[in-house]
Ligand binder design. Sequence first.
Ligand code: GLN
Length: 493
Amino acid sequence: MESDVFGPAGLRAREIASAVRGGRLRAADLCRRTIDAARGLGEALGAFNSVLADSAMACAQEIDRRVVSGEDPGPLAGVPLAIKDNICTRGSRTTCSSRILEDFVPPYDATAVTRLRAAGGVIVAKTNMDEFAMGSSNENSAFRLCRNPWDIERVPGGSSGGSAAAVASGIVPAALGSETGGSVRQPASLCGIVGVKPTYGRVSRYGLVAFASSLDQIGVLAADVADAALILSIIAGHDPLDSTSAPEPVEPYVSLLSGDLRSVTFGLPDEYFVSGMDPEVERLVKGAVERIGGAGGRIVPVSLPHTRFAIPTYYLIATAEASSNLARYDGVRYGLREPSRTLEEMYRRTRSAGFGAEVRRRIMLGTYVLSAGYYDAYYLKAQKVRTLLRRDFEEAFRKSDIILTPTSPTPAFRLGEKTEAPLEMYLSDIFTATANLAGLPAISIPCGLASGRLPVGLQLIGDHFQEPALFKAAAAVEALLGPTGMRPPLAAT
Ligand code: GLN
């Protein structure tokens, strides 16, 4: 379904770039307007950790100068973009919404940010998030709540909640987020926009603060599929600075978007339409499936039998890797330091003061599952189940091109509704974490409004490095479902 969300000046990212390149829109004017919205509406929503007014204005003016002097500033010329606050931006704070990195200013840009800048993008703000990307509601930020522009009493999802709120409210046309278990797709679904997580290795992780390295990927949040495809094609591709980035060439995803559903076979996994899921989510996703079938898309049943182990497997692997990645915050090298008499006391005091409750819970869980005597029973076992999950998908992709599921089991929930029940919060990832465990590309697109006012997303999952097929199918479904006819009550334009 095509969202009715638009970026600043009522434009999508590609339209902004074409207007700026054609001299019809001044990047500096748009930048000023975006900064005002970020400081006004963005503040009310809690979408940002910092607004980079000076550097953004300087960058926008430089783009205008280049247009005037006949140069082409690139495919994102003058497009205002927001970046999740766990992706390094040179000279601007990158906090991960954590006290431990509250004053951390990276001396370099993440590769994805370098590529956005080289394409003419203007980085206007860093977005709020769950601390170290651990969470599904943005409520684990150490600094501020983030609200859903569709209903300010509800969460935007997480952990890329600020990026989703910033795009859904039209402050920026697109933003970067990151995924470990669903943190781009789930907030995109809850905020009525598009969110894509690429194949593991498709985008460089250089400069993405590590959570669980075998799962982490940078993803894109945008108002529609074409903008998401455009931005992913810019940040994707091999990077010598990340040895896990893939050498596969990047195709120009946007030019491949043609809307034919009849050549696509959609696999529907029984295990993702479980009893007990929110009836509105079920109704809207099944309604979309019917329309796809009616338009000539082939729908076949597939089975992903190990799905029920996905959440336990994810929380063993993610916590294990997090406990080792977060060992680097020791008060010695960077970030917070609590002065103490002995080294051990400094570690203890720094880490107790610097990490919030959820991060501490994950470090303890992860340390436990990696400890001598338990490693085989937990971590090793989880890795084996991960292989079984991957094989389920291999089998399913023999019968289908694209797997179709709901993105999140519920629409946006109320602030505070799940904060006392971590296991319930963890279940928000039940339909998304499998793609991270299997390393597959997946996208969430809007498919309607629950009770007429809360967005619901549907998820399409593709085979490894099949982003072109994934975007093609997503654009076709988006066109078929048409506009929702509704915009969030809190919108900039
Ligand atoms: N909600 C999941 C978690 O808390 C996923 C987070 C993510 O994808 N970064 O771990």
